[in-house]
Design a protein around this ligand. Structure first.
Ligand SMILES: NC(=O)c1ccc[n+]([C@@H]2O[C@H](COP(=O)([O-])OP(=O)(O)OC[C@H]3O[C@@H](n4cnc5c(N)ncnc54)[C@H](OP(=O)(O)O)[C@@H]3O)[C@@H](O)[C@H]2O)c1
Length: 250
């Protein structure tokens, strides 16, 4: 049980119906937090997650919200802040890849990745942080990527957004520090989700062999670091990006 969960505080996770987001939702709920997550297209998975968590006695609810849609984010934040008050934490997890060499990349693929991975984080963070300042305690977590630190051919759009999240994390930490709101980022390496499964099999095999720990990460590997960063025992940590990648970027 997490000490921060004792006062009925809640956490928002974007893109929580599957993948790393679902791993975060599950870990936070099991740690005693009330969890609210958003989804864009995975309504069935969202309902399954709610039912499975409820059957285990946990409080989890999913809301349809395309985080690239500024008006939808504002409507959701108004609803949640009225119903629940300030969140203890917000986790900007929603993200997509649209890979191709830059010379072949469509403007649409460039823009959709910037919109989903970066502009969404801006809309969500701006919508919730002023309430968190008033409560004088809170955490903002960005799910970045090792692509922020290491070049990956075919991912210029994706890596640009992830590096931007790392930079945003540092600057926002300076803005919110005096209100005791900590801002950190997690940069996962390769994690077993649909996003990883979209990589061609031959490439996945070579990726696995290139990881010093010789395995692909799990959503639990990411969630355990997120839980630590939410915990009061991490109360002097802000403005940082933490890599969880099996040694890939060592
Ligand atoms: N898997 C990896 O190897 C890896 C490595 C480093 C970083 N990451 C990062 O970790 C995060 C989660 O990735 P993942 O591997 O779990 O990917 P995933 O399995 O492809 O899931 C992506 C998630 O993002 C949500 N999403 C996408 N666009 C959205 C939008 N406009 N509004 C709301 N939600 C949206 C999806 O919701 P719907 O299904 O409802 O559309 C889904 O829940 C991403 O930021 C990704 O960049 C992943």
């Amino acid at each position: 049980m997490n000490a921060a969960s004792g006062t009925n505080r809640w956490i928002l996770v974007t893109g929580g119906a599957r993948g790393i987001g679902l791993g975060l939702v599950t870990a936070f709920a099991k740690a005693g937090f009330e969890v609210v997550f958003t989804y864009k297209s995975s309504a069935d998975s969202a309902r399954q997650a709610e039912e499975s968590m409820a059957a285990q006695g946990f409080s989890v609810s999913g809301h349809a919200c395309d985080s690239t849609d500024e008006a939808a984010v504002q409507a959701l934040s108004a609803q949640l802040l009225t119903q629940r008050g300030a969140p203890y934490a917000i986790v900007n997890n929603a993200g997509i890849t649209r890979d191709s060499l830059m010379m072949n990349m469509s403007t649409e693929d460039w823009r959709s990745v910037i919109d989903t991975n970066l502009n969404s984080a801006f809309f969500i963070t701006r919508a919730f942080t002023s309430s968190m300042l008033e409560s004088g305690d809170g955490v903002v977590l960005q799910i970045s990527s090792v692509a922020a630190h290491k070049g990956i051919a075919g991912q210029t759009n994706y890596s640009a957004t992830k590096a931007a999240l790392t930079a945003l994390t540092r600057s926002l930490a300076l803005e919110l520090g005096r209100f005791n709101v900590r801002v950190n980022a997690i940069a996962p390496g390769y994690i077993a989700t649909d996003m990883f499964d979209n990589i061609p099999e031959a490439q996945r095999k070579s990726i696995r062999n290139s990881v010093p720990l010789r395995r692909i990460g799990t959503v639990e590997d990411v969630a355990s670091l997120a839980l630590f960063l939410l915990d009061p025992s991490a109360s002097y940590i802000t403005g940082q990006t933490f890599v969880v990648d099996g040694g890939l970027t060592a």
